[in-house]
Design a protein around this ligand. Structure first.
Ligand code: PEP
Length: 250
């Protein structure tokens, strides 16, 4: 039985005052549960505040990105060990915004995945197709290639301590959600790809869905056997909505 996971990706949103308020509200709505893990990924600069405020809450936190390098002259970068130092459990790698806006390719994503695990952070590896790829029937093969690019570098055993997030690009921040059937099809495919290499790892791998998850569509997504939770963007900035999604995952 896989434990559900709901992760909030705050993206580049917020202010010190806004974060204080949102964390207070979240702590009011959410209590730690045996059935679902909950984490938020704020912008780097808010990690000290988040790690302090959520210390006793049972809620966890992570980053939206990390450097593939350990230390050195890499201006503007943040390493996995620095994130661990601030209590992060998770880090998102390969979000489609990083791939499309900041030019991260599969090799960068794989290097970041490995760097995360070397500091005992759990990478949340994002994969997903564009609308054009979906329309031309290439979605399943594309997602498989994105997974294999990381398996080739990190090894299949590394997926025992990782999370995969299926995020169709056309559904991110657009208000268009994949139907539960579309999402389940890709999730089952991802699990099948991993199972063909290591059935045990596939059984325990948590595969999250991301793409306009809201309080009113979360339950029907989570009802599917291969959907183990969600990576939530916009709705994670509204405490009541994020809490409702977390409850649906329990
Ligand atoms: C995301 O940023 O990973 C995401 C899924 O965003 P949204 O929920 O806003 O579509």
């Amino acid at each position: 039985m896989r434990r559900s996971l709901v992760v909030g990706n705050w993206k580049m949103m917020g202010s010190r005052a806004g974060v204080t308020k949102l964390l207070e509200e979240l702590k009011g709505y959410l209590v730690a549960s045996d059935r679902a893990s909950i984490a938020i990924c704020p912008p780097y600069v808010f990690l000290p505040q988040v790690s302090e405020d959520l210390r006793e809450s049972g809620l966890r936190w992570g980053s939206q990105n990390l450097s593939q390098y350990d230390e050195g002259a890499f201006t503007g970068e943040v390493s996995a060990s620095m994130l661990k130092d601030f209590g992060c459990d998770y880090t998102i790698v390969g979000h489609s915004e990083r791939r499309s806006l900041f030019g991260e390719g599969d090799a960068d994503v794989a290097a970041k995945f490995v760097a995360a695990q070397s500091a005992r952070l759990t990478p949340i590896l994002c994969v997903g197709e564009s609308l054009q790829q979906r329309d031309s029937g290439d979605a399943l093969e594309w997602v498989k290639q994105q997974i294999i690019a990381v398996v080739d570098v990190a090894g299949i055993d590394a997926f025992a301590d990782a999370v995969v997030a299926y995020e169709p690009i056309w559904a991110i921040g657009t208000g268009k959600t994949a139907t539960p059937e579309q999402a389940q099809q890709v999730h089952a495919h991802i699990r099948g790809v991993i199972a063909s290499l290591h059935p045990g790892v596939a059984d325990s791998l948590r595969i999250l869905y991301g793409g306009s998850v809201k309080a009113d569509n979360a339950s029907e997504l989570f009802a599917n056997p291969d959907i183990d939770g969600a990576l939530v963007g916009g709705a994670s900035l509204i405490a009541a909505d994020f809490a409702a999604i977390c409850r649906a995952a329990e």
